[in-house]
Structures are given as C-alpha cells and as structure tokens.
Design a protein around this ligand. Sequence first.
Ligand code: KG4
Ligand code: ZN
Length: 333
Amino acid sequence: MPVILAIESSCDETSVAVSNNGKITANVIANQTIHENYGGVIPELASRVHQQNIVPAVNQALKDAGLRKSDLTAVAFTRGPGLLGSLLVGVSFAKSFALALGLPLIAVNHMQAHVLAHFIDEPRPEFPFLCLTVSGGHTQIVKVNDYFDMEIVGETLDDAAGEAFDKTAKILELPYPGGPLIDKWARSGNPEAFSFPEPQIPGLNFSFSGLKTAVLYFLRERVQADPVFIENNLADICASVQHRIVSILLNKVKKAAVQYGISQIAIAGGVSANSGLRTGLEEMAKKQGWKIFIPAFQYCTDNAGMIAIAAHHLYQKGEFVGQDTAPMARMEF
Ligand code: KG4
Ligand code: ZN
C-alpha cells in the first residue's frame, strides 16, 4: 500500500501531490504569475520561485491528504525533461526529504507522466492506445504498449503546439501564456473567417513554424490597411488559428490510428485543455468509431498528480533510484 509524495518542478508550476495506493488524495499547484511580465518563462526566476513555493506546497499537500510525514512510504520527483534550474529545486528537495525520512526515491519522466495521467481516474484506457501529448515544449503521438513501454511514432519538427498558441497570442499582444486566452476568444469567433495553410509534412510528424509565420504576415498586411483590424476581429482570428492548429493535430492522429489499427485515442498535456481540440476530437471519434480519453482539467497542464500516479506504477515494479540521480533537461522515454 504505497503512500507516495510526488514533486513536479520542470517548468513554471511548483506542484506537490500524494498518491495513496494509486488514488490521488492531494494535488497542490502553485502557479508562477511573475512570468506574465516578461512574455515567457524566465528560467532563473522560475527556479527561484520554486525555492519559495516548495516547502509550503509540500505542507499543504500533506494537509490536504490528511497525512503526516511518517505516513509516507516513498518520495517521487520529475527527473526531466524540463528547465535544468527548475528541475534541480524539485530533485534536490526530494532527495533531502527522502534522506531525512529514510524513504526510497522514485524518478519520473515528465512526458510519460502526462500520458499516465489517464490512469488517475476512470475510465482508463486499455493497452495499446495512442496518446497525442501536446504541451508548451512537446507535440508527440505516442503508441502506449504498457505503463512504461511507449514509442513516439510522430513528433514536431519545429515548434510545439503550445508554442503555436503562445506565439500567435504574442503577435496579438495577449499576455503569456496565451493558449488559454486564444481558447477563450475563439469561443465567440468564426473558425472559418480566415484560412491559414496546413503544412504537408509526410508521415506522422508535425510542423507549426510555418503557421506562425503565416499568421504574422497575414496580420501585418491587414493591419497596414486597417490599424484596428486585430481589435475588431480578435475572436475570428483566434477561432481561425485554433481551428487550423486542431486540424493539423487531429489529421495526424487519424492517420496514426489507421496505420496502427488502434481505436483508443487519448490526449494529454497543457494543450489538451483546449476546448477546440476537445470538441474536434469528440466529433472525429464519432465518425471514426474511436473510444476517446480526455483528462480532467487539473491533470492536463503540469501537475504532480500525474507524477504521483507514474511513481505508483514504478513502485509496483520496484524501480527506485539512488541519491546520486541528477536531473536531465533532455530525457528520452
Ligand atoms: O503541459 P504544460 O502545462 O507545460 C509544459 O510541459 O509545457 O503545457 C503548457 C502549454 C502552454 O503552451 C499553454 O499555452 C498551453 O499549454 N495551454 C493551452 C490551453 N491551456 C494551456 N493551449 C490552448 N488552449 C488552452 N486552453
Ligand atoms: Zn508538461
């Protein structure tokens, strides 16, 4: 009956969760709002804020779970991929905490954990399934054969889907992170108002850098002719860009489903919170006969709940790491 405290600090969210025998009983997420002032995450600031947030977040998680430190059986942390300075705070804290309490340590891959967020609540997918993992740093189609047997069958060649959202938002002078704001404006816009190109990339890979450039040139031209074009058309612009990002993603998922003969499709990562992607997936699932899995909002963007569930399954396999484990900015599956 493992009771695991899990720490996530790979980017700009300090999060601490508790898994009590595979049930997530706490998931504290401390957001770092300081980056809004800079239009993007400033790594040095992120690691400093993690240092301020981590102890209160651990205390809050234990309180939410109704536990004392002595009830814990293991400590888990995100090893990578992510910002090295941010990861270091979580890894160092986890190691010291485990050492002080005499507990074993579990190292988790952040991208695997995004996929494993589907095992927190019912309904849970059966193996094998396909997972579209879309975040600020990654865009991957993952063939999930087992908890820790995952293959990346398609990925972005340049920008991630989250970056496509955030960079478009920046052009539109919306604050960082712009993804959720584009989503909000898109709800009242016409997705077919403006047409942006879909890149013709062979196989299951993605490309988003051309879309960003197309949006930039389109807006430059329109604003030259009409200085208030953006203000007057914000909802339609957001809806049209979102529509194209979603169609790029879903067309590749459709291709992967056919190629692998798999009809259980999951989405994960921050962009899986996007309402256009969620409805687009539901519509495609009806047509294709897919069974789909969409995580609860609190398990889409970065959170320690997904680290805790991954750690629960690593615990079952007896996969522990030593005090010499270092964080990894880049980390394969
Ligand atoms: O998984 P995540 O929290 O962090 C990373 O590991 O990168 O993903 C963050 C990304 C950001 O690019 C953010 O703009 C995007 O997810 N995002 C969204 C939405 N919510 C978060 N993008 C579009 N629509 C949303 N509702
Ligand atoms: Zn993430």
